[in-house]
Design a protein around this ligand. Structure first.
Ligand code: MIC
Ligand code: SF4
Length: 642
């Protein structure tokens, strides 16, 4: 049996453990990326590690999330990030240069390399054949300090593509189909590798749309082979020298195989409020639309915006629709400006935003009350748009632009001949907004405005975990539920005392107050607790409020790791029906928790004073993770070993 692409890259980077599915492995990280919403914490943590220069091949810091600057906070973060990058050998992509994943794909990703990013959509780079994983900022800080990244060896799942996409159907419809099949937790513990003859009909940016939104499957990452299509994309980005071929062996082993016939796909949508709530556009035709937002790291490549501009040319945006467009990168923005496509968009009435995350993270453009908003983004969790009552549908650019013109959900295949797109032989290459590392950074002073607060640290795990159940939640709780984003909260990402006031704000406005009153406590969740983003604030801020353990039926990968990184114990119900026997605000105790962690026990007993019942809990922590929790988190653990 031969090897898959993912297996080859993992084997190439393995530094600890054995590649047996489920067992913990450590891999070497070639490159890292951060964005400004997670980057401030990541660099505060990197500074705490006392390593003068990053030890990766390349680390890049992007400004793309917090660009609204409604107060001094965002701009203070930018100044901190720029100066800390200059100090420690990090590339700095200035605000205006674009969304991290799009720029990284254009300018930096290398097939066969590993990339760790403090953003859950880091797997976008898998479109180019890199093994790219999203993680919390602390894991990225540790990678910059030369530490391996640890993960359970994933199962490798092949999605075998046959055929080719029909007119007005695009890459977004492929990943929506995968989400239909697997659901938002169907990728947990897996690497999704794409293969089959259908791969050769997809461009690199199409592939990147697919690997990007693999994050919504809960997958460790997604990846395509690196082939001639990859080579020509890299040539057109003036990076032919970074290309290498990377294909699976003829008879490669996969743990699971799913087949998708591209020719059979139709335009699709993810309905409110989950990316796996999939329907065919044809089933929703006629639904009135109030807003259309085109952009984000999923769908704002040159190809996507050229299709949108082509459809808008000579038309007017429907009177009941507000159409906003944010180009993915400055390269894309400049190219549509120079080739006239931008003029067609402007003339149609589109509202053009800067090249950044913008509405995708609720930084502006919240829709009106009860609106239907069609977005080419990757997440439609309730309230993420900034308007709780809005109904957000996720689609590809074709469906989005069709709705912008007609004012209702429309099958784009009724718009007539498809819009052609031929990829340019050369993209405009201009890296002047990327500041490379300095050769001498001794004199650089790191700028810390008043919003950059010191990093809070946890203390060692107590012998007994005792406290109240502060909140009981259902299945699929997202990190947006735990730690909301948006224009009010995002500016506080570098200020944990201030941001912790917003923990669970949309679910339970009194949560922070109650946590303070009871001096911390525990949280109970259902399946897939912590799905979605990589924001470690969803662990760090609860830690700051004194949360010692989260008990759930199952956890999403990145959030589970973030909890451990900050010394919060993730526990599962041994018997999931026990979920029904624990309520808010029961007073509970786990006696001997620290001792059990030291001994390597995987069972814990929790007594519930209210019901008098004993509940069995389990954990699947590795030895390394146990030590981290005992130490009060990964930072304390690393420090104690130096
Ligand atoms: C998101 O899409 O939710 C974000 C904002 O990019 C996050 C990171 C963050 O919360 O800063 C992500 O996906 O990891
Ligand atoms: Fe930015 Fe949205 Fe992509 Fe997150 S998903 S990186 S907020 S564009």
């Amino acid at each position: 049996m031969g090897y898959s692409v993912a297996w080859k890259i993992l084997a190439d980077h393995l530094v600890e453990g054995e590649m047996i599915p489920g067992e913990e492995i450590g891999i070497r990280i070639d490159s890292t990326l951060t964005q400004d919403a997670t980057g401030t914490m990541a660099y505060l943590q990197f500074e705490a590690l006392d390593v003068p220069k990053v030890l990766t091949k390349r680390s890049v810091s992007y400004i793309d999330h917090n660009t609204l600057q409604t107060g001094f906070e965002n701009a203070d973060d930018h100044a901190y990030l720029q100066s800390v990058a200059a100090k420690h050998g990090i590339y700095f992509s200035r605000p205006g240069n674009g969304i991290c994943h799009q720029v990284q794909l254009e300018r930096f990703d290398v097939p066969g390399q590993t990339l760790l990013g403090s953003d859950s959509h880091t797997p976008t780079a898998g479109g180019l054949g890199a093994l790219a994983i999203g993680a919390g900022g602390l894991d990225v800080a540790a990678a910059m300090a030369g530490q391996p990244f640890y993960l359970p060896m994933p199962h490798i799942c092949l999605i075998k593509l046959t055929g080719a996409l029909g007119p007005w159907v695009s890459a977004k419809d492929v990943i929506l189909e995968v989400l239909r099949i697997l659901g938002v937790k169907g990728g947990v513990g897996k690497i999704i590798e794409y293969g089959g003859e259908g791969v050769s009909s997809l461009s690199v940016t199409d592939r990147a749309t697919i690997t990007n939104m693999g994050a919504e499957l809960g997958a460790t990452t997604s990846i395509f082979p690196s082939d001639d299509i990859t080579r020509s994309f890299m040539e057109s980005q003036d990076r032919a020298g970074d290309w290498r071929e990377l294909l699976p062996d003829a008879v490669a082993h996969y743990d699971e195989v799913i087949e998708i016939d591209l020719s059979a796909l139709e335009p699709m949508v993810a309905k409110p409020h989950s990316p796996d709530n999939i329907a065919k556009v044809s089933e929703l035709v006629g639904t009135k639309v109030d807003q259309v937002a085109i952009g984000s790291c999923t769908n704002s490549s040159l190809r996507d915006l050229m299709i949108v501009a082509g459809a808008l040319k000579g038309k007017t945006v429907h009177p009941s629709v507000s159409l906003v467009i944010s180009p993915g990168s400055r390269q894309v923005f400049e190219m549509i400006a120079r080739n006239g496509a931008l003029a067609d968009m402007i003339s149609s009435g589109a509202r053009i935003l800067e090249s950044a995350c913008g509405p995708c993270i609720g930084m502006g453009q919240s829709p009106r009350t009860n609106a239907v908003s069609i977005r080419t983004f990757n997440r439609n969790f309730e309230g993420r748009s900034g308007t709780k009552s809005a109904r957000v549908y996720l689609t590809g650019p074709e469906v989005a632009v069709a709705a912008a013109i007609t004012g209702e959900i429309t099958d784009p295949r009724t718009l007539g001949d498809p819009i052609g797109f031929v990829a340019p032989e050369k993209y405009i290459i201009d890296d002047r907004l990327i500041i490379p590392p300095l050769s001498d950074s001794d004199s650089v002073e790191v700028i810390r405005g008043p919003n950059i607060k010191p990093l809070p640290r946890n203390t060692a795990m107590p012998e007994i975990i005792a406290g109240r159940i502060l909140l009981k939640l259902g299945d699929n709780i997202t990190t947006d539920d735990i730690m909301p984003a948006g224009s009010k909260v995002l500016p506080l990402r570098s200020n944990i005392p201030a941001i912790s006031e917003f923990v669970f704000a949309a679910k339970d406005a009194d949560f922070a107050k109650r946590a303070r009153e009871f001096g911390g406590g525990l949280i109970v969740g259902g399946e897939n607790y912590g799905q979605g983003s990589s924001r470690e604030h969803a662990a760090l801020a609860p830690m700051y409020l004194g949360i010692k353990a989260v008990i759930a039926k199952s956890f999403a990968r990145i959030h589970r790791q973030n909890l451990i990184n900050f010394g919060i114990l993730p526990l599962r119900f041994a018997d999931p029906t026990d979920y029904d026997f624990i309520n808010q605000p029961d007073e509970v105790q786990i006696i001997g928790a620290a001792d059990a962690l030291r001994k390597g026990d995987s069972e814990f007993t929790m007594s519930n004073e209210a019901s008098g019942r004993s509940i069995r809990l389990t954990t699947d922590l590795s030895d390394r993770e146990r030590e981290m929790i005992l130490a009060g988190g990964r930072l304390n653990y690393i420090k104690s070993r130096v």
